[in-house]
Ligand binder design. Structure first.
Ligand SMILES: Nc1ncnc2c1ncn2[C@@H]1O[C@H](COP(=O)(O)OP(=O)(O)O)[C@@H](O)[C@H]1O
Ligand SMILES: [Mg+2]
Length: 281
């Protein structure tokens, strides 16, 4: 095999660094349901923190084929890039100390920071008394909060969350909960943990139902239009998704994008699947 081409340090993109850098495991994220390893990746003088989820550490699920979650995470990144909103941290598929897996740039405070667990988008979600979400909030639904009491679950009426809701509708995300929202530098919002996505069945399960049935904003229609172009046969994105997903799953992405554009509205729950992940954080 020829040696990999050298690229001058300093000109590396995050994807290049994640792909070519040397991966060193620093620790394991304990609360995770799959093997999620906190790592550093280094190439010459550049380095970054990242997560590595080896395929071998994936917990089997009844409704997704075994050993495919890492590919789905990378496919979610590719679709996010095509929408142009940078919602998913750079994510690649590569070999690592425990075999092939997904490697994703770490966003938000370092894992060893004391408040690492508190970096989620918790302030974007709330439980409120009464039946009205209040100014600046959107209602998700009523939730049991113990002792027979219910409260209204709400999320912020926030442009970043609204974009994420559009991404989730496209990738058919079955697990958009509070802990999968991460605030990075400059108030940038990222979505993480996209292993249970791209099913051919409708599995959208999310906290971000606040815009269900509402007209899509113009920027979403534009972004979906360019995504649709990228999904046409022969385009780079279509080819890339074809490497990561089954042909039926790629077709289902095209169908969801076409349906969103035809309806011009945010989707509502299908009714066949619990629409809210529990617990919500
Ligand atoms: N790219 C990332 N940047 C920052 N934190 C992350 C990232 N990926 C995962 N984490 C942290 O690790 C935890 C577990 O990761 P997650 O992707 O949710 O794993 P699992 O598939 O096991 O649920 C997350 O809740 C989050 O706190
Ligand atoms: Mg998770």
């Amino acid at each position: 095999m020829p040696a990999p081409e050298r690229i001058p340090a300093g000109s590396l993109t995050a994807v290049d660094l994640l792909t070519r850098g040397e991966l060193t495991v620093r620790g394991q994220i304990r609360e995770a349901s799959n093997a999620v390893l906190y790592c550093t990746v280094a190439y010459e003088e550049q380095s970054a923190a990242c997560v590595y989820k080896p395929v071998a550490g994936e917990r089997p699920l009844w409704d997704f084929p075994d050993g495919t979650l890492a590919q789905r995470e990378v496919a979610a990144y590719e679709v996010s890039e095509a929408l142009g909103w940078g919602l998913v941290p750079p994510t690649v598929l590569r070999d690592g100390p425990y075999g092939e897996g997904m490697v994703q740039l770490w966003v938000g405070p370092a894992a060893d920071a004391e408040d690492a667990a508190a970096v989620g988008g918790a302030e974007l979600l709330a439980l409120v008394e009464g039946e009205e979400p209040g100014d600046g909030w959107k209602a998700v639904g009523f939730a049991e909060v113990g002792e027979g009491r219910t409260a209204l679950l709400v999320h912020a009426d926030d442009v970043r969350l609204r974009r994420l809701a559009v991404l989730d509708a496209v990738i058919n995300n079955a697990d958009r909960k509070g802990g999968h929202l991460v605030l990075g530098e400059d108030e940038r919002l990222f979505g993480i943990d996209h292993g249970v996505t791209f099913n051919v069945e409708d599995k959208l399960r999310t906290l971000l139902w606040g815009w269900a049935g509402e007209k899509l904003p113009e920027e979403a229609v534009d972004a979906l239009g360019s995504l649709q172009g990228g999904l046409a046969a022969g385009e780079r994105l279509a080819g890339r998704l074809g490497e990561l997903l089954t042909a039926a799953e790629v077709d289902a992405v095209r169908e969801r994008v076409a349906a969103l554009l035809a309806a011009g509205r945010h989707p509502g729950p299908s009714g066949e699947w619990p629409a809210i992940p529990w617990p919500p954080v």
